[in-house]
Ligand binder design. Structure first.
Ligand SMILES: C[S@@+](CC[C@H](N)C(=O)[O-])C[C@H]1O[C@@H](n2cnc3c(N)ncnc32)[C@H](O)[C@@H]1O
Length: 501
């Protein structure tokens, strides 16, 4: 199988390989790579991290398909030579290839040479110097250098690329070519990743937005992890402003969303979740929204969704609520005529319960092989046993981590339904959580972790208030006692005068 070099984008190192594998699965592409390279691809250590990974696939067509979906891939190249210096590249081209082959390769073709680098930048003069060094190779003999190929030329246009990896730790230090790069690659750029969709779904261009709208890059990655594709049926049970179902519809899925809060889905008649679909020409892919509570979902126990992609509330920006009666309130049935417009009262919904209900919903309504993809808040105390589990769902990965502050972040958890749901599983699913010792998972009280400073100062002011109240109480009691003493002494005085009289 031919070998290709991926140049990943710099963000989200822990997501890259999982997105690649999911995208390959969407197109049934067999991707192979050296597992030892993962250490460097996923590393946050600038000494060893790298965005370059060699993969093998069957054909160039597979590469184009992968790039049409992956947002974490910058470009993929077919490498012809690699060295630590450009001179080494020229030597390798001369030694590895027949001169005739190189010059024949370019017959009737047009070409352009790009100079790209990682960890440092070349200026225009340096780039030109590097390009012109290639003039000594037979590749330049027959091809015609064209900056902007016409439509007729595009099929036979070759995009050569000199790609230099300086490594991130050398950033800012590279002033001249005397500094050795980690690697220089020379090859053909086969395709570039799907970064354009990030711009297409940019939040700043979206008319209807909320405080928790998911950014397009992460929405697209989530949809890729969910294997969303044309003809799929996709649900977001905590839909908010609909970021996930919007991109799922863009990939050709039929989508539906649910939310407990009508205001999250709809601000005004002409500015709401639905109008975002209209603005992107996706109305035909959008089935609608349902106002409901995910702790008692409206769906039949029926395997119907191909993917559930969601960002559940975890009480930081979007509070988790479910329909219920507050302890101190009496149950009063809603009169028949008022039921339609009745807004039920809500109570707090703990994060572990939100997650357990979500997994239960996925187990009941996903098709076997369908995926649940959701964001789980995480703290530095995270343990794998904190992950919610379900007997019908297999964990694909929870290692995609977005660090938000030094106190917390969120993980993109991907699970696959492996078993049909039945009644006997219901009780078992509760047992699984307990078996794993999930009495106190790290996401149980996230507010306390994230807002510890505020909570601290709240506690201080609470204590101050309590102290003030106790002082006031003490003073009141003292005044009362004093008044009583005064009254008693007045009475005594009166009695004494009476006695004297
Ligand atoms: C983090 S936001 C989702 C944001 C969404 N991904 C977007 O891009 O706008 C979580 C949503 O869950 C909703 N929610 C909270 N409790 C719920 C419940 N019990 N059932 C359904 N939705 C709920 C909130 O109203 C909120 O809109």
């Amino acid at each position: 199988m031919p070998k290709y070099l991926i140049n990943f984008v710099q963000q989200y190192p822990s997501f890259r390989i999982h997105e690649l594998e999911s995208v390959a699965r969407i197109f049934n592409i067999d991707v192979q790579y050296n597992k030892d390279d993962l250490e460097f691809i996923e590393s946050l250590d600038p000494e060893i991290e790298t965005p370059f990974l060699y993969i093998t696939v069957n054909s160039e067509d597979d590469i184009k398909k992968i790039c049409s979906r992956s947002v974490l891939i910058k470009s993929i190249y077919s490498v012809w030579a690699e060295s630590t210096l450009l001179e080494g590249i020229l030597d390798e081209l001369h030694n590895k290839f027949d001169k005739k082959f190189l010059s024949n390769y370019m017959v009737d073709k047009t070409f352009k040479i790009d100079v790209e680098s990682y960890g440092s930048k070349y200026n225009q003069k340096e780039k030109l110097e590097m390009m012109f060094k290639l003039k000594d190779t037979p590749l330049w003999d027959n091809g015609k250098c064209v900056m902007h190929p016409t439509e007729e030329q595009i099929d036979k246009h070759i995009l050569w690329c000199i790609l230099t990896d300086f490594g991130v730790e050398r950033q800012g230090l590279v002033k001249d070519f005397a500094m050795l790069p980690r690697k220089v690659y020379f090859g053909q750029k086969i395709a570039k990743g799907n970064r354009d969709d990030i711009i297409k779904y940019n939040l700043s261009d979206r008319k209807y937005l909320g405080t928790t709208s998911m950014d397009p890059e992460l929405s697209l990655i989530s949809a890729n992890m969910g294997l969303v594709k044309k003809g799929h049926f996709v649900l977001d049970p905590f839909v908010g402003t609909g970021s996930f179902i919007l991109v799922a519809s863009h990939f050709g899925a039929q989508t539906v969303g649910c939310d407990i809060d009508i205001k999250a889905m709809r601000k005004e008649e002409d500015c709401n979740l639905e109008t975002n679909f209209r603005d992107h020409g996706l109305t035909s892919q959008f089935l609608g929204t349902i106002l409901c509570d995910n702790s008692c979902p409206p769906w039949r126990w029926n395997s119907m969704f191909d993917s559930i992609v969601t960002d559940p509330p975890y009480g930081i920006r979007a509070g988790a609520k479910r329909v219920g009666y507050k302890e101190n309130r009496k149950y009063v049935p809603v009169p028949e005529g008022l039921r339609r417009d009745h807004i039920p009262q809500c109570i707090d919904y703990s994060v572990p319960d939100v997650m357990a209900d979500l997994l239960e919903l996925a187990a009941k309504t996903l098709v076997v092989g369908g995926r649940l993809v959701y964001w789980l808040p995480t703290t530095p105390d995270y343990k794998e046993t904190d992950l919610p589990r379900h007997p019908c769902l297999r964990l694909i990965t929870a290692s995609c981590l977005q660090i938000l502050t030094n106190r917390w972040g969120r993980r993109l958890v991907t699970m696959e339904k492996i078993l049909e749901y039945n009644h006997s599983i219901h009780n078992k699913s509760l047992l699984v959580q307990e078996d794993l010792g999930q009495v106190d998972p790290q996401h149980k009280d996230l507010r306390a972790v994230v807002f510890w400073r505020k909570m601290g100062s709240n506690e201080k002011s609470k204590k101050k208030e309590q102290k003030k109240q106790s002082v006031e109480k003490h003073l009141k009691e003292k005044t009362k006692n004093n008044n009583a003493d005064v009254k008693n002494s007045n009475n005594n005085n009166e009695n004494n005068t009476e006695n004297q009289e």
